[in-house]
Write a protein that binds this ligand. Sequence first.
Ligand SMILES: N[C@@H](CCC(=O)N[C@@H](CS)C(=O)NCC(=O)O)C(=O)O
Length: 208
Amino acid sequence: MSENTLKLYTFPLSGHAHRAELALSLLGVPYEAIVVDLAGGEQRSDWFKKLNPEGKVPVLVDGDVVVSESTAILTYLAQKFDDGTWLPKGAQAAATVEKWFARATSSLATGPAAARLITIFGAGFDPIITAEKAHAFLALLDAELEGRDYLVGDHATFADVAIYSYTAHAPEGHVSLENYANILRWIAAIEALPGFVGMPKTDVSAAA
Ligand SMILES: N[C@@H](CCC(=O)N[C@@H](CS)C(=O)NCC(=O)O)C(=O)O
């Protein structure tokens, strides 16, 4: 890897980090993945907090530029490496992508992502309330995908990338996708994109 290679501080089971890895892969931008040992508390180390004082992955480092927050990383990558395909420039399309970025770090995070945190990492959220929030988000997503292939316009954008990881892995939080036909169709379309790379699946069959 050259000195100019982008570095992504990541964790293999983080959907927030996977969002950035998927964007890099779809864009075909080479990068070096540096795994931060979240289980060992490396995110709270002095060296990592210099990169992100909030102590969270993902963090992208491009020379002197350091970007934290997964959706901000998507914006940075699109501005730097894309011509407006993944982050459309029209006012309405750009606003709609932003809407999904906001949902990615709000209702997606407190619903499907949180349900998975309970089963995989033993997070202490209320499982019933979290499952209700997860299904409320999925019902909304399924309805918005009615009659359309992608979330914004007629091709895949970073709105889809932002929402994909934690939605596709919802079953790991014991949140079934079987009643959401539009979501299942959309997941298959994202996974068929050239350059798609998945997040490792976790076996939660023994989890509560
Ligand atoms: N809003 C942030 C959330 C990032 C986040 O929650 N990262 C988790 C992994 S999924 C993390 O690093 N957690 C470590 C900790 O909280 O100690 C983003 O979109 O990047």
